[in-house]
Design a binder for this molecule. Sequence first.
Ligand SMILES: Nc1ncnc2c1ncn2[C@@H]1O[C@H](COP(=O)(O)OP(=O)(O)OP(=O)(O)O)[C@@H](O)[C@H]1O
Length: 300
Amino acid sequence: MRYLVIRTENLSKHFDRRVAVENVTLDVEPGEIYAVLGPKGSGKSTLIRLVLGLIRPTRGRVMVLGMDPLRQGLALRQRIGYAPEQGVFYPWMRGDEVLRLLAQTRRLPLSESAADLAHQFGLDLSRPFGAYGWGERKILFLVHAFMFSADVLILDEPTVGLDTVAQDVFFRLARQARTEGRTVFFTTSSLLEAERLCDRVALLWQGRILAVERGVQLRAKTLRRIEMRFATPVACEAFAGLPNLEELYLEENKLRCTLRGDPDAFLKVASQYRITDFISQQPSLDEIYRRYYGVGGYAA
Ligand SMILES: Nc1ncnc2c1ncn2[C@@H]1O[C@H](COP(=O)(O)OP(=O)(O)OP(=O)(O)O)[C@@H](O)[C@H]1O
């Protein structure tokens, strides 16, 4: 039988009449980087809390590392590295004291790798929690998650509030964990992040899974709005034959288009001319949902 790190079966959570998670069935395999991608309010945090056994499902069940998180919470917590979306601590507690306290709740000593991880993120552990900004608190929780070399990392929106340098550190740590055969399960509302980092991505909308895609499949669906200016007028025919170009608009030396997936062929054609300006923007997750999955608008 296939060994699964996380398995949810028809998992639902309703808060009174509000549906937060509905009928979610997921299989997360060992050594995967797996993201749950969804807009604000789509049920990501609720799903993470269900997986951790912090709340009871309305229906369905969860198994993590072969254990029931509701009944084997302590044993499980010792094998999971968890970073919440946000958290509050005594403001006078130093960063390293917070980590020590969190380690104690798992009945583990403070890991020696905490200082090294904090150093990689550029976080000073001698400062009090209350003096940390939002992003620094987030980093502290990531240090906590990664410091035990846990079998599975469960991270709620790990990169929100992080600057690009800290995001890169997170990407590196996640990939390193995968190389070591560990599993990374996290939530995000960033398509770019999901597509670049993940082996598989579950797309969540209004508490339901729309699809589970491989990172590479998602990359092929990536849309870029391109605007370019050239030093001289450009002929439309040069671009007309490109199969992944949509909504092409060319006027003299100005070009606008939507590019789907691999940009290589487009850039090769464009670079035959002298480019004087270039803007590339990604459409919102909402637009991707509308275009490829036929749903739109934010969760109610
Ligand atoms: N304790 C609760 N009581 C009532 N409703 C809740 C509770 N927790 C979540 N919800 C509702 O469930 C839905 C999903 O919320 P959730 O926080 O899981 O979404 P999310 O995708 O994590 O959003 P965000 O990106 O804003 O964190 C929302 O409509 C939210 O208002």
